[in-house]
Design a protein. Structure first.
Length: 114
């Protein structure tokens, strides 16, 4: 099957907040303009949980692994010995946090497998 590599934010150094200003997520029935909302069959995280850091794994691990895929999640993307560089030769998909340092196109170009 496929390998998915996610380069995400580090987890907060002092941990996540013990409480949040809200206990729930506002309920909405449709997007502005009338477009319908996604209708997932199930979710495996608590709504409101931060998913965009290393420990949140974008909420993908259970889904991907239950379908036979491998998920690699890291914030280590800099330098020739980084997790990203070690995993780059073989991923099928690569996700990178939007405000992280950009990954240059040459570094994600296909390379010979070892």
């Amino acid at each position: 099957m496929s390998k998915v590599v996610c380069v995400l934010y580090d987890d907060p150094v002092e941990g996540y907040p013990k409480s949040y200003p809200r206990d729930d997520i506002p309920k909405i029935s449709h997007y502005p303009g009338g477009q319908t909302l996604p209708t997932p069959k199930a979710i495996d995280f608590k709504p409101g949980t931060l998913l965009g850091s290393v420990s949140g794994e974008l909420g993908l691990r259970k889904y991907l692994e239950s379908n036979g895929h491998t998920l690699i999640v890291t914030s280590d993307k800099d330098g020739p010995d980084s997790v990203l560089e070690r995993e780059l030769p073989s991923p099928r998909s690569l996700f990178h946090s939007p405000s992280g340092r950009p990954i240059s196109r040459p570094s994600v170009s296909p390379r010979p497998r070892n």
